[in-house]
Write a protein that binds this ligand. Sequence first.
Ligand code: HEM
Length: 132
Amino acid sequence: MASRDSDLVFQSYGRCCNKDQFFIDFYEQFMSSSPSIKARFDSVDMKQQRHLLRNGIMQLVLHSRGMSDSKLRDLAKSHSRTGYDINPAWYDYWLDALMATVKRHDPQYSDDTQRAWRSAIMPGINIIRGGY
Ligand code: HEM
């Protein structure tokens, strides 16, 4: 991918990820996508989960900058049918929730930011989803 896109995403995430509110708003948005998704987090320690997701999104961003996919393959395993059994269709909701939350929190957000995010992290998402 063009390195300009990768830079845009890296900088956009930098403007978002320092506030815990970004991750609180992400999960609120994601869980409102469907009752089945919400139910998956019923007994989860969300403070810890927000911390893990901060790192998970960074793995997707770093993968777009050429980092190895080994951490994403671990996530593919944990989210697979023999792990958390995450329905592959739910990743579309996940990405839409992330984009809605970036739009809310990144003061420099534009259509170009959204396009860059989607094209940068889609390959990494497909590694996780593809391990189902
Ligand atoms: C590309 C998108 C996603 C990323 C980057 C991501 C990232 C993570 C990370 C880093 C963890 C903790 C490490 C682990 O347990 O392996 C985790 C756990 C989890 N994720 Fe995801 N995830 C994604 C998509 C989803 C989706 C679509 C769902 C649907 C509900 C989901 C549900 C869960 C659940 C239920 C856990 C375990 C919580 C627990 O029991 O402690 N994830 N995810």
